[in-house]
Design a protein around this ligand. Structure first.
Ligand SMILES: Cc1ncc(COP(=O)(O)O)c(C=O)c1O
Length: 457
């Protein structure tokens, strides 16, 4: 496993270091004002007052020279940190030879598909076909169509709290008022079932776990007459729900869902866009459940500094799709492919998957212990370096922290040099999803600052 010293050299030293009294500083404020003039604020962070100027490893500088520790990794993207020297070298070398080919075979693209097959989870490993896209939304869009085509069926079952992207079809699966309001009507044939979010489950569980209840409910929906859920092509599920609040269900849920899919004849699709590529302490988060997916969607951490996403599917399913039927002009750009392969090599050679599991457990334990003295923390949960901290107004009632409080926390973190992005159905979950290359020192420094900020609100 890579040493802490080697990891430290990938980032700027002595972060965080704030120069301006407040954020944004004067130069960042200028950029933000210009952006409002020329760019749509429908983007992910809207008008959030952070401006990226320089990135190195897990550290980021803004135009005023403030130095931050980024525990959001560009929303789960920079699995090996920003501008890793080996990634830069791969980009430089590949860009001299070939960047854009065409939507046909190229050397790097072929190598990447083979490498992805070699790291795919059991059931797909070295026996799968990859289809490339440029974004997670695009991957989901195509997974939906592929599932419909190969099964000859129509409906898609997704879950409450799900986020699968914001394109025409994927937005139909995505929940969350802010992503849906005014943008419908969406693709028809989508059913949403409860996700096992035990902390806020609205119904009594009896003597079963939340996972068992939700898994059994999927079986009921799929395999009982008169539920109108009778034509399901695929169940699409995040093995660890991301935008919906960093919720890591126990294996029972997925085992039941998979069995229900098999009974019904539906495909089991694991959306690994956020939780994949080593983040949770396994290369793919579905591996924690021991369930074999029929398809996987990937994105974010696979490409890291350059966009790379797609669908990994069983070979027999891929063989049912028409050649040439789904072109993507920019798919698997050769530089992006070279970068993705370098990412995978770094993750494996540095032992980052195992390390994510170990460091994540250490941080989870620390936060859970600290939460005993911080009534604002309702629950700390997660797996590997995908940790959610749910903030509440009142621990007894579990009333979610309001948006003013969340803003105070996020801005308090930013003012102290920590970049953290909230998520959750009520926007009240802080998430730790740093690059897998974060040093223990920076990780704990970020947690120190977080605990101080939480003690102050
Ligand atoms: C689980 C999941 N699926 C799909 C997407 C969509 O990915 P993209 O933003 O690259 O379109 C996301 C993005 O956050 C995600 O978390």
């Amino acid at each position: 496993m890579i040493s802490e010293q080697e990891l430290a050299e990938l980032s700027f030293a002595d972060a965080p270091k704030m120069i301006t009294g407040s954020v944004p500083g004067p130069k960042a404020a200028e950029v933000l004002a210009e952006a409002r003039e020329h760019e749509s604020m429908t983007r992910g962070a809207g008008g959030f007052p952070l401006v990226f100027d320089v990135g190195k490893g897990v550290t980021v500088k803004d135009p005023d020279g403030n130095l931050y520790i980024d525990v959001s990794a560009g929303v789960g993207v920079n699995s090996v940190g920003r501008s890793h020297p080996r990634v830069i070298k791969a980009m430089e070398e590949q860009s001299k030879v070939l960047m854009h080919g065409s939507d046909c075979s190229s050397t790097r693209r072929g190598e990447l598909a083979k490498k992805i097959a070699s790291i795919a989870p059991p059931g797909l490993r070295n026996d799968c076909i990859t289809y490339f896209t440029q974004s997670g939304s695009g991957a989901l869009e195509c997974a939906i169509k592929f599932a419909r085509t190969v099964t000859g069926r129509n409906q898609i079952l997704a879950f409450h709290g799900a986020y699968h992207g914001v394109w025409a079809a994927s937005n139909a699966l995505t929940t969350g008022d802010q992503y849906r309001k005014g943008y419908g009507p969406f693709m028809g044939g989508v059913i949403h079932a409860p996700y096992p979010y035990a902390y806020r489950f609205p119904l009594p569980l009896g003597d079963k776990s939340c996972e068992e209840v939700c898994g059994d409910y999927v079986d009921y929906l799929l395999n009982t007459p008169y539920t109108a859920v009778d034509d399901v092509a695929a169940v699409i599920v995040e093995p660890l729900q991301g935008e919906g609040g960093y919720i890591p269900p126990a294996p029972e849920f997925f085992i039941r869902v998979k069995a229900a899919c098999e009974k019904h004849g539906a495909l089991f699709v694991a959306d690994e866009v956020q939780a994949g590529t080593g983040r949770t302490g396994k290369m793919w988060s579905i591996e924690h459940a021991g369930v074999e997916p029929d398809m996987i969607t990937f994105g974010k951490g696979m490409g890291g500094d350059l966009p790379m996403a797609g669908v990994i599917m069983r070979k027999d399913l891929a063989q049912k799709l028409e050649d040439g039927s789904q072109p993507q002009t920019f798919a698997a750009n050769s530089v992006s492919a070279a970068v993705a392969m370098t990412n995978i090599d770094i993750i494996n050679e540095y032992g980052l998957v195992e390390r994510a599991g170990q460091l994540g457990k250490e941080v989870l334990d620390r936060l859970q212990a600290a939460s005993e003295n911080l009534p604002i923390i309702g629950e700390v949960r997660g797996r590997g370096l995908m940790i959610g901290i749910e903030l509440v107004k009142d621990r007894q009632t579990r009333e979610p922290a309001d948006q003013d409080t969340m803003m105070k926390v996020v801005m308090g973190l930013l003012a102290n040099g920590i970049i953290m992005v909230p998520c959750g159905r009520n926007g009240n979950v802080l998430r730790l999803m740093p690059s897998l290359t974060i040093t223990r020192d920076y990780m704990h420094k970020a947690v120190d600052i977080l605990l101080d900020v939480l003690a102050d609100v």
